[in-house]
Design a protein around this ligand. Structure first.
Ligand code: NAP
Length: 238
């Protein structure tokens, strides 16, 4: 049976690779992003449906959800490092703005999207949210919001589990080939991040896409409430 899959932040990087993986499986895939032109172009390239939607905007998220009668897989990939906007306010105003932007982009985006499709998720389905290694080791406002994402995902698992739906975070290490670092990644930082892995390579978007695909497969049905670390050993749980 054809599965319906929604990937927020599916125009680029990790989300795009996940959308491509499910599309290769002949699923009916929907991707979102904030820029309508980018969404349209990516959707055409991938052969999927594109919907411009800011996942931090409840009105836009509700409109997105209204398109579905049933949804099998929700992937919350929208997220990133918000820019610190130089404002006219005090230093504390700037701190507040940065934390609120991180909370919106990396936590509330997933919370709102999941809440909007909550009653449309099918038994046997799953919610997958893309977290970060930054949650494990003092990643500032970004890491704190990704840690909160994992805590929320675990509580969602408790809520959805009785309905046959899983909820997990894929906690990604350094993944090359995305727009996440907005051109700011230096050769030196790249080398340092690769060096701390056990397998001496950066993660790829396909590493995350294959993990997401597995979590949504029959083999992943008893995995729920977890943060699955995909980082080449850069962070180990023991
Ligand atoms: N790359 C890494 O090393 C790494 C490591 C750990 C975790 N992650 C996480 O992986 C996820 C994907 O990031 P990426 O590395 O693939 O970066 P990316 O290439 O910048 O992709 C981010 C995607 O999210 C979309 N997006 C951002 N904010 C959004 C919003 N409010 N509403 C809808 N879409 C939004 C972007 O499109 P628009 O900007 O056009 O809206 C884009 O499609 C993020 O959650 C990130 O925190 C990345």
């Amino acid at each position: 049976m054809t599965r319906t899959v929604l990937v927020t932040g599916g125009t680029s990087g990790i989300g795009r690779a996940i959308a491509a993986r499910f599309a290769a499986d002949r699923a009916e895939v929907f991707i979102t992003g904030r820029d309508p032109d980018t969404v349209e172009r990516a959707a055409e390239e991938l052969g999927v449906h594109g919907v411009a939607c800011d996942a931090t905007d409840p009105g836009q998220v509700a409109e997105l959800a209204a398109r579905f009668s049933e949804l099998d897989v929700l992937v919350n990939a929208a997220g990133g490092l918000p820019q610190a906007e130089p404002g006219n306010g005090s230093a504390l105003d700037a701190v507040l703005a940065l934390w609120q932007a991180n909370l919106a982009q990396n936590l509330l985006s997933a919370v709102l999207t999941a809440a909007s499709v909550r009653d449309k998720l099918t038994s046997g389905g799953c919610v997958i949210s893309i977290g970060s290694i930054g949650a494990e080791r003092g990643g500032g406002a970004y890491g704190a919001t990704k840690a909160a994402l994992a805590a929320w995902s675990a509580s969602l698992s408790r809520d959805l589990g009785p309905h046959g739906i899983t909820s997990n975070v894929i906690s990604a290490g350094y993944i090359a080939g995305t727009n996440f670092f907005r051109g700011q990644m230096t050769d030196e930082r790249h080398r340092a991040l690769v060096e701390e892995t056990h397998n001496k390579r950066p993660g790829t978007v396909e590493d995350i896409a294959e993990t997401a695909y597995f979590l949504a497969s029959p083999g992943g049905r008893h995995i729920t409430g977890q943060a699955i670390h995909v980082n080449g050993g850069a962070f180990t749980t023991r």
